[in-house]
Design a protein around this ligand. Structure first.
Ligand code: GAR
Length: 193
């Protein structure tokens, strides 16, 4: 089977990127990671990707118009033959053109059970709301922020005494299980054996 060629966009730690990368190294993986790109040249995940032999592209977005910056990223993704894009803690709004270019082939992971708690400061809001269950969601990216079609969810219990940090850490463990599974399912749709 021809493998899908995944490009991953990160802004921060990149633990979901690492989960995808290592999943791609399992026998029979349906995708390979062909580039990790970031709007933050200091993102720790870039060093990991580079150490693992994955090409990286980093450019500080500041001072560049959103559409122009996204066009730079888009050009890099195309240059290396990306077929699918995974946003993994990419904390930038995307221009409509970029979203349109990758429609149906770009996913995001969000640390809540969407449609609950879209946006930022998710774990604080889960705790403030008194939710007993939270989790993570992978969805297709559309112009509707955190509102695209849902491809998969995983549930995580909230434990008495949880803080935003303890909850975030546990949700991340769950994210790392969910994301490779959903990406595998997505690319199988477009890359039949
Ligand atoms: C993850 O929890 C991810 O769901 C979240 O940022 C974190 C990135 O962690 N993304 C969003 O909130 C996007 N709206 P990572 O850099 O270790 O993968």
């Amino acid at each position: 089977m021809r493998k899908a060629r995944l490009g991953i966009l990160i802004s921060r730690t990149g633990s979901n990127m690492a989960a995808l990368l290592y999943a791609s190294r399992l026998p029979d993986a349906a995708f390979e990671v062909v580039i990790v790109a970031s709007n933050n040249p200091a993102a720790p995940g870039l060093a990991l990707a580079a150490a693992e032999g994955v090409p990286v592209f980093a450019r500080d977005h500041r001072g560049i118009a959103r559409a122009d910056f996204d066009a730079l990223i888009d050009a890099e993704l195309r240059r290396v033959g990306v077929t699918h894009v995974a946003l993994a803690g990419y904390m930038r709004l995307l221009s409509d053109d970029f979203v349109g270019n990758w429609a149906g082939r770009m996913v995001n992971i969000h640390p809540s059970l969407l449609p609950a708690h879209k946006g930022t400061h998710v774990h604080e809001r889960v705790l403030a709301a008194g939710d007993s269950v939270t989790g993570a969601t992978v969805h297709l990216v559309t112009p509707d922020l955190d509102g695209g079609p849902i491809l998969g969810k995983i549930r995580v219990a909230v434990i008495a005494g949880d803080t935003p940090d303890t909850l975030a850490a546990r949700v991340l463990h769950a994210e790392h299980q969910l994301y490779p599974r959903v990406v595998t399912d997505l690319v199988a749709r477009r890359h039949p054996a």
